[in-house]
Design a binder for this molecule. Structure first.
Ligand SMILES: [Zn+2]
Ligand SMILES: [Zn+2]
Length: 112
């Protein structure tokens, strides 16, 4: 599957905390199927930032329109906890996170 934002870049299949995710080697964005984001956030493990090469969320990447290659549909930017803008496919429920956004979401979830 290709990256929803880089378009031409083929994503890598990675296993993170027992969950299979698609990760873009170029922008480090993550493509998560429905339910996977929740599963990742609810995991109470150590430092997600280390594991996912954390860097601050890039506004530049937020400005790029994401496209779900599974459904061939435009993804909708939605506001998530922690003031993060994530891309949601309203058709299949998949979510695309820019680099660092998972860490921000997780951090926020832990504060609640
Ligand atoms: Zn990418
Ligand atoms: Zn989709």
């Amino acid at each position: 599957m290709k990256c929803p934002k880089c378009r031409k870049i083929e994503m890598d299949r990675e296993t993170y905390e027992g969950i299979e995710i698609d990760r873009c080697p170029a922008c480090k964005g993550m493509f998560l199927d429905r339910g996977e984001l929740k599963a990742l956030i609810s995991k109470d493990q150590g430092n997600v930032a280390d594991n996912l090469a954390f860097s601050p969320t890039s506004d530049t990447m937020d400005a790029i329109e994401a496209h779900c290659f599974r459904c061939n549909k435009k993804m909708t930017p939605v506001q998530a906890p922690g003031d993060v803008l994530v891309n949601l496919c309203e058709n299949c429920g998949a979510i695309f996170l820019d680099q660092g956004e998972l860490a921000t979401l997780q951090l926020h979830a832990h504060q609640v």
